[in-house]
Design a protein around this ligand. Structure first.
Ligand SMILES: NC(=O)c1ccc[n+]([C@@H]2O[C@H](COP(=O)([O-])OP(=O)(O)OC[C@H]3O[C@@H](n4cnc5c(N)ncnc54)[C@H](OP(=O)(O)O)[C@@H]3O)[C@@H](O)[C@H]2O)c1
Length: 401
């Protein structure tokens, strides 16, 4: 635990840690206390050096609160948008200090304090301006970081197909696997032509209990450095109406296959002290999902499995990440038998995953999905489940409800 905190704080210079701690304190303690416990009559907020009082202050408090929360998060995660906004915001504070001391203190002392405090904040603003690299998390290509070969399951469509494209663009040779061989061959030709990487196509049904093992046998001669355990499918409908064989296949593909792949392909990575496993989870795994009961359970399995493995493999050189997409524009809905609705581009999900691997155990795609997942964790479970049921029902065909 102490080691974990040390590693987190070692990611940025000491002065930036202080700014982050200050923002965290303001967002988590000062602003909530101020907002909920201080009456409007006693409220005071300073904007651009001008003091607002009463309701004018009370109504603008949430904006200050949000700024500190966003700042704390941005420093913690070293988000790219922190540059230039953090610096510009602090320039604004520097100007505000000048105004505040001159307007509300005045005289020679006020003028002197205005200059000193404005200079102090200007120094922080300059430091933030020059710290652009800290927010860019420069990263090596996946090939430089992990090695030559990636294996992507479910590469014939959707998120898996985009993973293969992105990894090939980062120089990785790809084992492409799924059942539809024609699609895999088309993708392999594209990657070889456009990215100049090697490919291997392995057509296998992961619902077959021996499928994942046969896949590992088929790549035994390759040094697999990165595994994307992505193949998966859903099945919309009331549990009692669902076909048992298909549910069994779903558990096999969504849960058993990632476990077998991890069991067989991670130990050689560990021995080389280099490699990564990315598991496609889902925000569906964050709560029970009536009319998608088994699918949500398989995704909860993926998430808990991947996150636990992340902890077990820390310090071994092998990174684990569970990527949790929300609704994504792929063939998923059609395969699951849901009524159609739009989703986010699969390439965005993949870009997020490749940015997050090696930095955290799991990542949720999209701020709305993130907020929903966090909300689900704090509201009563029965409420979360029933609201989810309402939502899922809208996508479930009449005959399967
Ligand atoms: N799309 C979403 O809204 C969404 C949201 C959250 C999470 N996810 C997760 O993301 C992953 C990828 O889904 P997607 O959205 O990209 O769906 P997709 O477009 O339907 O692709 C699914 C992939 O899995 C493969 N697959 C399915 N059954 C298989 C089997 N029995 N054996 C081998 N491969 C099999 C499919 O290939 P073949 O049919 O050729 O075998 C296909 O390549 C899944 O794990 C899914 O749970 C998706």
């Amino acid at each position: 635990m102490a080691q974990w905190w040390r590693e987190r704080f070692a990611e940025r210079p000491w002065w930036m840690n202080l700014l982050m701690a200050f923002c965290g304190y303001m967002a988590l303690i000062h602003m909530p206390v101020d907002f909920f416990l201080r009456s409007p009559a006693r409220a005071e907020e300073v904007w651009l050096g001008i003091v607002f009082r009463g309701w004018a202050a009370k109504l603008t408090e949430p904006l200050h609160w949000a700024i500190f929360a966003v700042g704390a998060y941005g420093f913690w995660r070293r988000r790219p948008w922190m540059w230039p906004w953090a610096s510009l915001y602090v320039w604004q504070v520097s100007f505000a200090m000048l105004v505040w001391w001159i307007v509300y203190r005045g005289g020679f002392l006020g003028f002197l304090l205005a200059l000193i405090s404005a200079a102090l904040f200007a120094a922080i603003a300059i430091a933030l301006w020059r710290a652009k690299d800290h927010f860019q998390r420069p990263r090596e290509t996946m090939r430089q970081r992990y090695g030559e070969w990636a294996l992507v399951t479910g590469a014939s469509a959707g998120i898996g197909e985009e993973f293969a494209r992105a990894l090939a663009q980062e120089g990785m040779s790809c084992v492409l696997t799924a059942r539809r061989e024609d699609r895999l061959r088309g993708l392999a030709a594209e990657l070889e032509r456009l990215c100049g990487v090697a490919t291997r196509v392995v057509s296998i049904d992961l619902a077959d209990p021996s499928g994942a093992d046969r896949l590992c046998d088929a790549v035994a001669d390759l040094e697999i450095s990165l595994v994307v355990a992505n193949a998966g499918f859903g099945f919309a409908g009331r549990f009692e109406k669902q076909d048992t064989a298909r549910l069994r296949d779903m558990i096999q593909v969504n849960c058993v296959a990632p476990v077998v792949l991890a069991k067989r392909l991670v130990p050689p990575m560990r021995a080389r002290r280099r490699g990564a496993l990315i598991v496609s989870g889902s925000i569906a795994g964050r709560q029970a999902m009536p009319r998608h009961a088994i699918y949500a359970a398989t995704k909860a399995f993926d998430q808990l499995f991947g996150e636990a493995l992340w902890a077990e493999l820390r310090g071994t050189g092998v990174d684990v990440l569970v990527v949790e997409p929300g609704p994504t524009a792929t063939e998923f809905r059609q395969v699951a038998g849901e009524t159609h609705f739009a989703g986010e581009p699969a390439s965005d999900v993949v870009a997020l995953a490749l940015d997050a691997v090696g930095h955290q155990p799991s990542v949720i795609h999209g701020w709305f999905n993130w907020a929903r997942a966090k909300a689900v964790a704090i509201v009563p479970r029965s409420l979360a489940i029933l609201v989810t049921e309402d939502f899922v029902l809208q996508q479930t065909p009449e005959e399967m409800r």
